[in-house]
Design a protein around this ligand. Sequence first.
Ligand code: UDP
Ligand code: MG
Length: 209
Amino acid sequence: MKKLSVVVSVYNEVQVIELFYQELSRVLRELDCASETIYVNDGSTDGSFEKLELLTVLDKNVKLISFARNFGHEAAMIAGIDYSEGDCIICMDADLQHPVDLIFEIVKKFEEGYEVITMKRTQNKETGFLKTLISDGFYKVQNLISDEHFEENVSDFFAISKKTAYVLKTQYREKVRFLRGHIQNMDYRRTSISYEAGERAAGTSKYSI
Ligand code: UDP
Ligand code: MG
C-alpha cells in the first residue's frame, strides 16, 4: 500500500477535534506509508470548521470538505470517499469511539488482500437500551425484507480498497445510501474485525431519536 486515506465526518465536534487529530497522527506516523486525512465538515455551527481549517494549514496531509448545511453522516462519508486518493480508505468517527489503534489491524488485513473490512461492535457502554433495540430491530427487519444479507452490528467504521471506492463513486449514486450495507454486498473479498466501541471523548451524540 502506497497511501492510506482516512475519512472523518464532523458535525459540531469542536471539543474533540484536536485530541482526535493528535491520536490519529500518532498512528499514521507509525505506518509505513503515505497518508491523507479528509475531514468532512457536515454543516457544523460550533467552530469545528475553523479548527479543521487550521489543521489544513498546519498539516499538508489534512484535507477539508465543508458542507453548507448539515446533510448527515452518510452524505459526509460519501463526499470523503469521492475525494479520496488512497489505496485503502478508512471511514471513522471523530469522537474517538472508533479506536484509532485498530488502524494497524485494518492495514494488515488490507495487505492480506481484503477489499472490504467491516468493523463489528461487540459492546458499546454509551449505547442506551432504546438505541440498542432500534439498531437490532433495524438489522432484523432489513434481513427479513431484503434478498441480500446484512451482517449485524457492523458500524460506520469500515475500510475499503480503492477499487471498492471506485465502484461506490461510479455505480452507487442514489441520493439515500446505506454504505455499510452496500459494501457488504459488492462481492469483493471481505473480512470483519470485532471491536469494543470506546466512550465518546467529549460532547454528546449528534443523532437525535
Ligand atoms: N455526524 C455527522 N453528521 C451528522 C451526525 C453525526 O457528520 O449529522 C458525525 C459525528 O460528528 C461523528 C459521527 O458522525 O463524527 C458519529 O456521530 P455520533 O458520535 O454523534 O453518533 P453515535 O456514536 O452517537 O451513534
Ligand atoms: Mg459517537
